[in-house]
Design a binder for this molecule. Structure first.
Ligand SMILES: [Zn+2]
Length: 453
């Protein structure tokens, strides 16, 4: 039976029945390619033998948590959910050149020093290059075993013989399997390689870490096409011009998602940042108009970040709305609520919003801090010194309490803040030693902080 051709987006992995110039799912252009398919038909990987019976359990039985190995890098262990789980498959994605190889080489060295037999396979660089990096990072003495190889068959044969505890594959896009009839980096090759490696991880009890480059080029499949195959998906974020890097868990079978680890790029590689709030606020000077400190929560941990807004008369008929580190749609919503509920128009004004330090925020609790930054920039009036802001804004203009209010307040107090501007009704507000100005809606917030508005 002839199989109808299918098409896959190399950026987001969505499948389409026909080719088009733009992917409906993610909106990227020129990313859709024809799918050669996994080696359908022909090869039977399971053979003719019957499978063995699966052991079934009831709903009550308590399972002991999986044993974990700690890398000793706390920021990494936290994102992993408390350490590396044996027989798990991880994906570490990120832009090329952001520091993934550096981070993973450091992790490989730490796991090897912790007694895990570790193999690092680079398909990107020669072993001499990896060795040079290790020397620069002061890791040469770590008992990591290196190889430079892209042939999946050879890699699996080697891993089977060596029986490591951890194998790092850098990167999944350079791997090729001779059972798939397309070029390395194509969707089918990347999927096939990821599938082989993850099933190998489960079967042999080896932890496998796959490195995936985020690509904008339609010829090379991005890490998103294999996200569903692995247990844990981590993304390494940051701007090249900034020294901060954030490792974020977007999926984790063995721990909380949304957990972040914060690192700083230094001459000696990536160093973990144990107090991210202090780092994100370190470049902040005196309180100025448009600058607001948001008390946020990332995963299980409170993190304070500075939001900066600039509002200026626009020379364009369509004023600019530029956002870095936050959601553009959400910004439009806040501007609409300010206009409709508080009578503060932004028409004819260019609006720029930036999250300092290259951080990305997705929490709705940032709404009120964004509104405060916009108003402060528009009115050219700084917020009171020592104030943090958080809270969600609804379309009616009402303020909703944010989750983990107490943690946010504690962190703010720890870093020397004295006042919090927050929605009314949050629990445990009285218990902390920080002055909390509670407000029910955006109008009263505007009145209280910026006078009559
Ligand atoms: Zn897409």
């Amino acid at each position: 039976m002839a199989k109808s051709p299918s098409f896959t987006c190399t950026a987001c992995g969505a499948t389409h029945t026909k080719w088009s110039g733009r992917c409906d799912a993610c909106g990227d252009w020129n990313t859709i390619v024809e799918d050669a398919g996994l080696s359908a038909g022909g090869k039977k990987s399971l053979g003719a033998n019957r499978g063995s019976a699966i052991q079934l359990t009831d709903l009550q039985t308590e399972e002991s948590p999986p044993p974990r190995t700690h890398s000793g890098i706390d920021e990494l262990d936290r994102v992993l959910g408390g350490g590396l789980v044996p027989a798990s498959a991880l994906l570490v994605g990120g832009d090329p050149g952001i520091g993934k190889s550096t981070l993973l080489l450091q992790a490989a060295a730490e796991f090897a020093r912790a007694g895990v037999k570790t193999i690092y396979v680079s398909g990107e660089e020669a072993t001499a290059q990896v060795r040079m990096r290790a020397k620069r990072l002061g890791l040469s003495d770590a008992p990591v075993q290196l190889a430079s190889e892209t042939n999946l068959r050879n890699i699996l044969t080697t891993l089977e013989a060596e029986k490591p505890g951890l194998a790092i594959i850098d990167s999944i896009q350079t791997m090729w399997s001779d059972t798939v009839d397309s070029a390395p980096g194509s969707v089918s090759q990347v999927r096939s390689a990821a599938h082989e490696l993850t099933t190998f991880a489960k079967r042999k009890g080896v932890s496998v870490i796959l490195v995936g480059h985020v690509t904008k080029d339609g010829q090379i499949a991005g890490p998103r096409v294999v996200e569903h195959m692995v247990d844990t998906v981590l993304y390494f974020e940051g701007e090249r011009g900034h020294q901060f890097r954030i490792l974020r868990a977007v999926k984790n079978r063995f721990g909380p998602a949304d957990e972040i680890g914060v690192f700083e790029m230094t001459g000696r590689g990536l160093e973990q940042v144990t107090n991210p709030s202090a780092l994100f606020l370190s470049e902040r000077g005196k309180p100025s108009a448009g600058s607001v400190v948001f008390a946020g929560i990332e995963g299980t941990r409170p993190v304070l970040v500075e939001l900066q807004a600039l509002v200026a008369p626009s020379p364009h008929s369509q004023p600019r709305r530029t956002v870095v580190g936050w959601d553009g749609g959400r910004l439009a919503m806040i501007l609409a609520v300010l206009e409709a509920r508080c009578g503060i128009p932004f028409a004819g004004l260019d609006v720029y919003l930036n999250v300092a330090g290259g951080m990305k925020i997705s929490e709705p609790a940032a709404d009120l801090a964004v509104a405060a930054a916009l108003l402060s920039a528009r009115e050219d009036a700084a917020l009171p010194e020592g104030a943090v802001v958080f809270g969600e804004i609804s379309l009616s203009g009402a303020l909703r309490p944010a989750p983990q209010t107490e943690n946010r307040l504690k962190e703010a107090q720890k870093l020397g803040f004295t006042t919090a501007l927050a929605p009314a009704g949050g629990k445990a507000i009285e218990t902390s030693g920080i002055k909390v100005q509670q407000m029910h809606d955006l109008t009263s917030f505007v009145g209280e902080v910026f006078g009559a508005g």
